[in-house]
Ligand binder design. Structure first.
Ligand code: FFO
Ligand code: GTP
Ligand code: MG
Length: 435
């Protein structure tokens, strides 16, 4: 027998309205015990809620009857006056009635277990709640609508089609088998491998939209990295001094540029140093630059050209700072934008340049993007199994069946069709209570 659960679905504290959600088999009896009777399903009605003779609130109540609800179970919502005492009283009454407080994500977990949504959609619910930028919300909504799930289902259909071809040939063996198979199943697998490869490639993009695009400021000491960092985050977050070697630790700030989440990092100036603290700072700066999606090479007039030439990638940008003092000379082929954090010259252009780069990198036409490491690993697994199957087709077709089954398993794990037990806790523990 399933427990009946409840949780505050709105933020805790004082507010205009507080919504308590209930779900489970005892919802109707709990509502009756509170005095909320004669409720037409899915029609809001005002009821005086009472328990043990105490008036709890004059509430708006909404009842859902299984399976037509978010969780697929009998459910209800109590729209209360949003005060702490009212929510407290309602919670105490529900606990006394045997309704227990929900675990984080438990409503959505039940929706998943009652096949109201698959695992990728449940993850999208969490992403949508966490979304702080328009791009994050757009991506999560697409995934909630089932766009990602449809993509995976399409891959699985192709796989099972190929598997059927392989098994048919193996059940009726003759000498022509490898030739026939390569002709029939071969093209199916080639196309599938192409699709999987493209899906894996969208993975970086999807994760960047979700978790933030990593931009690192890097360059010689005193080039003005920390000054630029402060200008971009619009506050005095980093220490700026005329002393070379001021910044040691990597400093991160989250900001939104052009509707995309960005993590911007300020780093220690790159130079050889006998000071172990500074040397460690330089080591961390280099590491961070390697992991970044985009590096801004900050240079002041007179800075040597060397570092950027050694570490830069073609997509990076040289920011020629201190334009009020002069211009830089560079032999590198990177794009150059001149700014002065002192006068503000060039800063709007730099902002626009970054926004344009983000939308070029992240706004793909072929959404839905893969949004999680978990998905990307499984897709890569499926891709390598399909590649192995394609090779086996020509030499040992009886092996191809196993590879294809392995690929189908990997895909089924993404949407939670199989192998759910070991990841359920992990997926839902990151939810907030009441979702
Ligand atoms: N008040 C309120 N607002 C909310 C939610 C909620 O639970 N309560 N949601 C919660 O996240 C989201 C909406 N999602 C929902 C998804 C499905 C159903 C539902 O009852 N589905 C039934 C009936 C569909 C119909 O015909 O209208 C079903 O699918 O069978 C309700 C909410 C956002 N806003
Ligand atoms: N004239 C001028 N001075 C600037 C400009 N930007 C920064 N400075 C000055 O340059 C000096 C170094 O600036 P920082 O931002 O600390 O440089 P940094 O690259 O972070 O230096 P380290 O942390 O030591 O690697 C400070 O005195 C700043 O005021 C600029 O655009 N024009
Ligand atoms: Mg600095």
């Amino acid at each position: 027998m399933t427990d009946t659960i409840f949780a505050l679905a709105t933020p805790p504290g004082r507010g205009a309205i507080a919504v308590i959600r209930l779900s489970g088999p005892a919802v109707e009896s709990a509502l009756t015990a509170l005095g909320a009777t004669k409720l037409k399903p899915r029609v809001a009605a005002v009821r005086d809620l009472t328990y043990a003779g105490d008036h709890i609130d004059q509430a708006l109540v909404l009842r859902f009857v299984a399976p037509s609800s978010y969780t697929g179970e009998d459910s209800a919502e109590l729209h209360l006056h949003g005060g702490r005492a009212v929510v407290e009283a309602a919670s105490r009454a529900l606990i006394a009635l045997g309704v227990r407080p929900a675990e984080p994500g438990e409503f959505t977990r039940r929706a998943f277990q009652n096949s109201r949504m698959d695992l990728a959609q449940a993850e999208a619910v969490a992403d949508l709640i966490d979304a702080e930028t328009s791009a994050q919300a757009r991506q999560a909504l697409g995934q909630l609508d089932g766009k990602l799930s449809e993509t995976y289902a399409g891959f699985r259909r192709d796989l099972l089609h190929a598997l059927a071809l392989v098994e048919a040939e193996i059940d009726f063996p003759d000498e022509e088998v490898p030739d026939n198979l390569a002709r029939t199943a071969g093209p199916v697998l080639d196309r599938l491998a192409d699709d999987l490869r493209r899906a894996v490639d969208t993975g970086r993009r999807g994760e960047r939209v979700r978790d933030g695009y990593r931009i690192v400021l890097i360059g010689e000491t005193n080039a003005g990295k920390s000054s630029l960092f402060n200008a971009l985050v619009a506050r005095e977050a980093a220490i700026v001094t005329p002393i070379a070697g001021t910044t040691r630790d990597v400093l991160d700030a989250d900001l939104v540029i052009g509707g995309y989440a960005v993590t911007l990092s300020d780093t220690a100036g790159l130079r050889e140093s006998d000071d172990p603290v500074e040397a460690e700072g330089v080591r961390r700066a280099r590491l961070r630059a390697e992991q970044a999606d985009l590096r801004l090479w900050v240079r002041a007039p007179g800075d040597p050209d060397g570092v950027a030439a050694d570490y830069a990638r073609p997509e990076d940008l040289v920011v020629a700072n201190k334009s009020d003092l002069g211009s830089i000379h560079t032999a590198s082929c990177l794009e150059v934008l001149s700014v002065s954090t002192e006068s503000g010259q060039g800063l709007p252009e730099l902002h626009d340049w970054i926004a344009a780069r983000l939308s070029a990198d992240l706004a793909g036409a072929d959404f839905p993007a893969v949004t999680r490491e978990r998905h990307r690993l499984r897709l890569s697994e499926a891709l390598s199994a399909v590649t192995a199957a394609r090779v086996a087709l020509d030499v040992a077709p009886e092996m191809a069946g196993d590879d294809l089954r392995r690929a189908a398993d990997a895909l089924a794990r993404v949407t939670g069709a199989i192998g759910v037990e070991d990841i359920l806790g992990q997926v839902f523990s990151t939810f907030c209570i009441g979702k």
